[in-house]
Write a protein that binds this ligand. Structure first.
Ligand code: UDP
Length: 507
């Protein structure tokens, strides 16, 4: 292993291959590099192509970021060629193969690590790449994990996992999660796959992720203290202080908003901004249900009809590969796009989400509550209409609706696994969409107060990444203590990803 003394702290970033995981990691690379860290980010060939222009711009602006490519073994894992990112899988049944492919990255990654000089100060990796625990152990490099979820989700998951409370009640009966700062209820049907497995067998993968998570040196969270402070405190206690909230990471995208996702947006930005400019301030509902296109065609139709019935201007983003064919047919038969021509913008494929959310014409965000989207909505100071579908999304909905009181549910009742979308008991209706939009856009007491709370959170989000904001965060103790300890682990003068700039100034 190369063992030169580093001039700067250097960090290797290893994202999981899904837009919701890699996008915040790319933002994190910029944050670290701005703080004087030499960053190496290792991605598949597909993601290298997607993100090379973002990285190129960062490098041009003087940031030390290097992109290394690793071959994703589609063929060996039984995946169709080019399926290097989870949203590209043609079927949910291939998810185990996808994880098998990610496991095959261990050997080539270790080979790369031998060649990376100087030895990395730390590796920040997605927790779903559980083999990195063994690798970091072997190379004696601190492993810091990132999984793109909130402290609220981390704490809820931990407490349910320990208590097994969900096993004591029928699947659709609510239970109170023990040990939380608030009285929070869920049904088992709303919980992520660890507690509520779908038809695909991922038990081993999940258990392995849980086990190796416990061995990690620390956790980086895309969040900021004020948005979930009591949950940050509790989670930090659990992790002996080694929890850093470095978000909202989307705020490090300024200048790149158009190309942030690495995927070419399907709509011309100027056209999109012009359309928004022509609407009244705060009048538009922006509706996007994430990068994975998990809403079934019939549910998408209910969403579109609900938005139409709300009489508010809207932007509706349509993802979903092959499923879009059915939706397109419906749109044309129904004539909805034509009917809503004056006030509805249908975006097919990737939308410049953060750019849209920051436009003053937007008044609310209808979201599936992926954590990135949730935090982007919070940062934009917007009230939200929540339609969780799977994973941690019901947990994020709970944070927004009950704890922050900035959202209204459309009324989704439980996780929908692919192939189960037609179950009537979990379906949302157009009337529910219309009613949720009405409540959020309402100018009377309830709606006004909700908007005001959302606006204040947006202000806090801005402050948290302003000059001094992160510094203040860093001075809160655990961060600097952690950094010092990392330094001693590797025996170098400084190993401090987030504080590098500050430390150098002090010397
Ligand atoms: N996103 C986007 N345009 C789209 C769809 C998604 O920019 O058309 C971005 C969005 O801003 C967020 C990420 O993709 O940063 C989605 O992550 P999230 O955690 O919200 O949901 P996921 O897609 O992982 O379910």
């Amino acid at each position: 292993m190369a063992n030169h003394e580093p001039k700067h702290p250097n960090s290797v970033l290893l994202p999981f291959m899904a837009p919701g995981h890699i996008i915040p990691m790319i933002d994190m690379a910029k944050l670290l590099a701005k703080r004087g860290v030499d960053v190496t980010i290792i991605v598949t060939h597909l993601d290298a192509a997607r993100f090379s222009s973002v990285i190129h711009r960062a490098v041009e602006s003087g940031l030390s970021i290097r992109l290394l490519k690793i071959r994703f073994p589609c063929e060996e894992a039984g995946l169709p060629p080019g399926c290097e990112s989870i949203e590209l899988l043609p079927s949910y049944n291939l998810v185990p193969n996808f994880f098998a492919a990610t496991n095959m990255l261990q050997k080539p990654l270790e080979k790369m690590l031998i060649e990376i000089a100087p030895t990395p100060s730390c590796i920040i990796c997605d927790k779903h790449l559980s083999w990195t625990a063994e690798t970091c152990n072997k190379f004696q490099i601190p492993r810091i994990i990132f999984d793109g979820m909130s402290c609220f989700t981390q704490l809820v998951t931990h407490n349910i996992y320990l208590s097994k409370i969900h096993q004591t009640v029928p699947p659709n009966e609510p239970f109170v999660v023990p040990g939380l700062p608030d009285r929070i209820e869920f049904t088992r049907l709303q919980l992520p796959g660890l507690f509520n497995p779908g038809p695909t067998d991922l038990i081993d993968v999940r258990e392995q992720v849980m086990k190796t998570e416990l061995q990690a040196y620390g956790v980086v969270i895309n969040s900021f203290e004020e948005v979930e402070n009591r949950y940050v405190d509790e989670f930090r206690k659990l992790k002996n202080g080694r929890v850093w909230c470095v978000g909202p990471l989307s705020r490090y995208s300024s200048g790149d908003l158009g190309i942030r996702g690495g995927i070419q947006a399907s709509i011309d930005y100027d056209q999109c901004l012009k359309w928004l400019d022509e609407r009244e301030r705060g009048s538009v509902v922006y509706a996007c249900l994430g990068s994975l296109g998990r809403l079934s065609p019939p549910q998408f139709m209910e969403l579109a009809l609900g938005l139409e019935a709300s009489h508010h201007p809207f932007i509706l983003v349509m993802q979903g590969g092959e499923r879009l064919v059915e939706v397109e047919r419906w749109i044309s038969d129904e004539g909805i796009e034509e009917r809503c021509r004056e006030r509805g913008l249908f975006v097919r494929g990737w939308a410049p989400q953060v750019l849209i959310l920051s436009h003053p014409g937007v008044g609310a965000f209808l979201t599936h509550c992926g954590w990135n989207s949730t935090l982007e909505g919070i940062s934009a100071g917007l009230p939200m209409i929540t339609w969780p579908i799977f994973a941690d999304q019901f947990l994020n909905e709970k944070l927004v609706v009950q704890v922050l009181e900035t959202g209204v549910r459309v009324g989704a009742r439980g996780i929908v696994y692919l192939g189960e979308e037609e179950k009537p008991e979990i379906n949302v209706t157009r009337d529910e969409v219309k009613e949720a939009v009405r409540r959020v856009m309402d100018e009377r007491e309830d709606g006004c107060e909700r908007k005001e709370r959302a606006r204040k959170l947006g202000e806090m989000a801005k402050r948290s990444v302003e000059e001094g904001g992160s510094e203040a965060l860093a001075q809160r103790g655990p961060v600097s203590r952690y950094m010092a300890r990392v330094a001693s682990t590797n025996g170098a003068t400084f190993r401090l990803p987030l504080l590098a700039g500050r430390l150098r100034q002090r010397r």
